[in-house]
Design a protein around this ligand. Sequence first.
Ligand code: CAA
Length: 259
Amino acid sequence: NPAYETLLTRTDGPVGIIQLNRPKQLNALNDQLMDELSAALRAFDTDEAIACIVLTGNDKAFAAGADIAAMARYTFADVYRSEYITRNWEALRHVRKPVIAAVAGYALGGGCEVAMMCDLIIAADNARFGQPEVKIGVIPGAGGTQRLPRAIGKAKAMDMVLTGRMMDAAEAERAGLVSRVVPTDKLMEEALAVAHAIAAQPRLAVLAAKEALNRAFEAPLAEGLQFERRMFHAMFATQDQKEGMAAFLEKRPARFEGR
Ligand code: CAA
């Protein structure tokens, strides 16, 4: 899409692909990139033809964090007034279709936080995750202190956030930050295979499953269970539930229509 200067976008059938593209700055996130990213996500989210979104960077960096060059001279008043970098975080959170982060190379600071805002992370074996903000006199500002402990537990999250150290792909997989690790040259192939597997499922069930799963991180257990139960019941109002169960019983492939 020529409207974007810091992103490349394309589609692969029902999969929308967004590539962060400021390679000289290791895809450091500035306001332009974040504005474009939220616009691109919104465009795919509202595009009927798209069922799943993959967000990626390049082999060297997913994103090395917020743009320090842009940020260095900001005062409290500047960032508080403008919501520098952070003004788009909610946009990412409100994408309703599944978003897969395909991470190779550095995912640091805001880059790690953007990856964690996605629904799942697939890592290349050269991926490095970290929240190094403390080393430059700030703290994670886009969910790092909240999503990282939910993903990897308090001890490891404190270790990462307080020392600023990086975690390699193997450790990230052991810790539960990423769902799989693949050779770097197979990263997009694997991410697209997962995206296509999701895109082949009944669309309403996928939306409802994502919504229900996210409740696990935002609501008390009783409320999450209640929400899940209601969404489960709601699926019985869909055509794809009738088709999916009939196809199973008739031992034939299902033909889902997304309604
Ligand atoms: N912001 C701006 N520019 C960055 C950047 C960043 N976060 N990360 C890398 N770059 C730039 C470098 O300045 C360098 O530019 P020049 O070629 O013009 O000098 C270029 O990208 C390549 O980087 P390096 O030469 O440093 O590459 P390297 O391979 O030696 O090191 C690295 C790679 C370890 C990732 C190192 O670049 C680094 O530590 N980057 C900063 C990581 C960081 O601190 N991120 C957190 C930012 S704060 C944040 O994100 C706040 C928040 O929560 C919202």
